[in-house]
Design a binder for this molecule. Structure first.
Ligand code: HCA
Ligand code: CU
Length: 377
């Protein structure tokens, strides 16, 4: 299956602000907006202006910065909240209501008929102001399917730009996401946004399943930050879609992704996670002899993404006990050395022997090769 359409709604400044380690200043938010905008995300979602005076001021500052991306804010589904969003100049509002029993009981305590009634009033209000509106069912995957389909149908009839499907607790499997999106696709005429949490490690896979089933908008955050362990990361989504439907990611400045992740990590005072797709420190580092050998012949052997597309280089580690002759031959050649096969084999054996005690730095390996065949000299 391919992905027909995809718009990225980056929520680093809304969902991401709900990350335990996030406490962005206005300046930091503006810097993140500038970086997201340069990268080319389609939408930037900001915290509700009803959250705090600073949040309201920051939304105004974001609008005043006039990014190319559309500025959304995420508010409760009420006329009062969306009016504050409209007054602050947001291009659109993302509103939601919980639809699962457990959350309805624990949060708003309204019936689904009331939810529909309020949602329709809010949608008409925002549409008549000429701005974008999305209505989302929070905790969709623990909601009764027939019930939420009825909500989506009724809400769609009121003319929103999009409906949203939220896997609020990260419980959905890719197959369940596909089934849900197919069902919602059949029920509504508007666009479909998917927002998936990563509690069980499926956020990116679920985003792909949603897109393949007909969702049009995906929520991401830089590094995947958000409530608990977060949502689909921007680099994860780009990596995933970049292999399935490369043409869908061509419009983004992919070469800026590493610095975008690094910038947000530095702002948070954390590192980019080592296992982050694309931007993790070792995402294009090859170690074992068999891997290095094949990659030197043809990078596609062990790389499904091309580091050059992301402004990165591949690394081949040489100072460890798993190193193979081919990597050492390549290194010797890059140093301008002309060692024969026997010398390469002997040097490799010596590097392995030394590395059994402690990994060697590249310079140590180079030193040894430069002095070969008399390393002791
Ligand atoms: C929240 C809930 C939310 C909303 C997602 C959406 C979720 O923390 O406010 O509006 O689609 O995960 O359900 O982030
Ligand atoms: Cu969320």
């Amino acid at each position: 299956m391919t992905v027909e359409r995809m718009a990225i709604i980056d929520s680093t400044l809304r969902e991401g602000e709900q990350f335990a380690g996030a406490d962005f200043t206005t300046d930091q938010k503006l810097e993140i907006i500038a970086a997201l905008d340069e990268f080319g995300v389609d939408y930037i979602e900001m915290t509700s202006p009803a959250a705090s005076p600073q949040s309201e001021a920051d939304l105004r500052a974001a609008v005043a910065a006039r990014p190319r991306a559309r500025v959304l804010t995420h508010t409760r589904c009420s006329i009062e909240d969306v009016d504050r969003a409209l007054a602050a100049g947001a291009d659109g509002v993302n509103v939601l209501f919980a639809t699962s029993d457990v959350l309805r009981r624990a949060s708003h305590r309204r019936s689904l008929d009331e939810v529909i009634d309020i949602a329709c009033r809010v949608i008409s209000h925002v549409r008549s102001a000429g701005r974008e509106i999305r209505f989302s069912c929070e905790d969709a995957f623990r909601s009764d399917l027939e019930e939420i389909l009825a909500v989506y149908r009724a809400v769609d009839a009121c003319g929103p730009n999009r409906v949203g499907i939220a896997d609020t607790v990260g419980i959905a499997t890719p197959r369940e996401v596909e089934e849900m999106v197919v069902a919602v696709r059949a029920a509504v005429g508007c666009d479909i946004e998917f927002h998936g949490h990563n509690d069980t490690g499926c956020a990116v896979a679920n985003a792909l399943a949603a897109l393949e089933a007909g969702a049009t908008h995906i929520d991401t955050t830089v590094l995947g930050i958000g409530e608990r362990n977060g949502i689909a990361s921007l680099s994860g989504l780009i990596a995933r879609i970049g292999t399935v439907s490369p043409e869908r990611v061509e419009s983004y400045r992919l070469d800026l992704l590493p610095q975008l992740d690094a910038q947000v990590a530095a702002t948070l005072g954390i590192g980019v996670p080592f296992n982050a797709p694309i931007t993790g420190a070792f995402a294009f580092t090859h170690k074992a002899g068999m891997h290095s050998n094949a990659v030197l012949r043809d990078p596609r052997s062990y790389e499904v993404l091309q580091p050059e597309r992301y402004g990165l280089d591949r690394q081949i580690l040489i100072g460890h006990r798993l190193v193979g002759r081919n990597a050492i031959r390549d290194r010797a050649a890059s140093l301008g050395l002309d060692l024969d096969e026997e010398q390469i084999a002997a040097a490799t054996a010596e590097i392995k022997r030394l590395a059994d005690s402690a990994t060697l730095a590249d310079e140590q390996v180079d030193d040894l090769l430069l002095r070969w065949p008399s390393p002791a000299a």
